[in-house]
Design a protein around this ligand. Sequence first.
Ligand code: COA
Length: 187
Amino acid sequence: MSQPTLTTSRLIVRPYQMEDKPELIDLIGDPLVSKPLLIVPYPYTEKDADEWINSRQVAFEAGESAQFVVTSKVSGVLLGGCGVIMIPKFNMAEIGYWVGRKFWGQGYTTEAARAVVDWAFDNFGLNRIYARYDVNNPASGRVMQKLGMQSEGILRQHVLKDGVYCDMAYYGLLRSEWLKKVVNTTL
Ligand SMILES: CC(C)(COP(=O)(O)OP(=O)(O)OC[C@H]1O[C@@H](n2cnc3c(N)ncnc32)[C@H](O)[C@@H]1OP(=O)(O)O)[C@@H](O)C(=O)NCCC(=O)NCCS
């Protein structure tokens, strides 16, 4: 299977292309965007962007992850990114997301993440998708709630980021819960 393009009412959620590099560096180079992201370096360099974009297809084909850029359907502008990291051994995936600061608060992340969750459950037979956020980043937790995820607890000082131990809140959505939601929205 090749990585698809997902369409929502306002968004095109598609695989990365090298042409995305300038907008990617501009948006994710903002420390308010990159600092909460556990796998994104700061400062974010052109080399970081090259490595990230160049490795997406291989990671997808290896079944490791599916990362998408989130763009505006109307303007084509790059708004952010969203993707899943696969954990095949446990038949589950972790979802992550970000949006450029000037686009915050417009529901873009929730809209894109919903499409990625639906696609991932639909295509990989996953039993569970989970997400986690630093408790000091409540907007991210709110997105998880809007995705219908359940709170699963807080792991104290669970990650070390920039020299600080962070308490991480975990949220999860089970396949059975997702199926109920899909049935309800199509009735
Ligand atoms: C977290 C992030 C992805 C949210 O993106 P977004 O496009 O603004 O998200 P949405 O608009 O879909 O939803 C945000 C929700 O959080 C709420 N919110 C915003 N700031 C908040 C705060 N300080 N406390 C609680 N809720 C907050 C919004 O009101 C909205 O909820 P609502 O629709 O019920 O009003 C964005 O802020 C971001 O990219 N941050 C940096 C990267 C990051 O943190 N990624 C997640 C790592 S776990």
